[in-house]
Design a protein around this ligand. Structure first.
Ligand code: ZN
Length: 255
């Protein structure tokens, strides 16, 4: 299986990264996409991915740190993409959920940085890994403005109609640990309605843990819990979930 979204470069894994990756291999997770979040951490993400062959690098500027962004970061991103050939540009996007991120002119700044990174991805012919909260319509508008390589809408939690629009633009939807909670009824219904061939698995570790490890650090070795709940939702075998989601991830990310 492929964990299409995991921050394995974060310091939460500094003590036991080798052991975590060993347990991933034991649990059938043999490829992990590690998206960057900040220019200050680009080198850490790059070096972690160089060190471990099962990790795939993505480079981008996350909207959550929008206050700190400077135009120079985009220049740096562009140069590092040329130098290190990541598989995608990410994670990038819009976060209109947190009040902190939409006050004053930050909404406009988020849109500007997202739009510029879409152009960078297009210039390098790369897919996108997108973070989006409460801004799907704005996001869809930006993505539809020009032909792109598609990509992944990470931790998707929009409507079925929005999902269909993303799929029509060549994107697939990432589902993770939230699906394992019984209270996630709306999200489970969404996963039921979206065709399996448009779904990829992810953990977003160390964040967003599975119900089985509530209150603990999330880890890519728990991806099978997401696989299990998706198999229950779709009424198909674990093998079908593993094969279909891996094939989708490989296709979209050209692995
Ligand atoms: Zn993330």
């Amino acid at each position: 299986m492929i964990d299409t979204h995991c921050h394995l470069d974060f310091q939460e894994f500094d003590q036991d990264r080798d052991a975590v990756l060993q347990r991933c291999a034991d649990n059938g997770v043999n490829r992990i996409v590690v998206p960057a979040v900040s220019a200050a951490c680009f080198k850490r993400t790059i070096n972690t991915c160089i060190r471990y062959p099962s990790l795939e690098l993505a480079l981008g500027l996350h909207p959550i740190f929008i206050e700190q962004r400077q135009p120079q970061h985009l220049v740096e991103l562009d140069q590092l993409i040329t130098q290190y050939s990541p598989i995608a540009v990410g994670e990038i996007g819009l976060d209109f959920f947190e009040n902190r991120l939409i006050r004053e002119n930050l909404k406009e700044k988020q849109i500007a940085f997202f739009a510029k990174q879409i152009i960078i991805a297009k210039q390098h012919d790369l897919p996108l890994i997108i973070h989006n909260r409460k801004a799907h319509d704005e996001c869809l508008q930006l993505l539809a403005a020009q032909p792109l390589r598609g990509g992944i809408i990470h931790a998707f939690n929009g409507s079925v109609q929005q999902a269909q629009k993303y799929i029509a633009l060549g994107f697939v939807l990432g589902f993770g640990g939230m699906l394992t909670f019984d209270r996630s009824r709306k999200l489970r219904r969404l996963a039921e309605q979206i065709p399996l061939h448009a779904i990829v698995l992810e953990t977003d570790a160390p964040d967003m843990t599975v119900s089985q490890h509530q209150g603990q650090r999330n880890s890519p070795e728990y991806l099978h819990y997401v696989q299990q709940v998706l198999a229950d939702i779709k009424g198909c075998s674990l093998e079908t979930i593993a094969e279909t989601t891996s094939a989708t991830a490989k296709r979209v990310l050209r692995l």
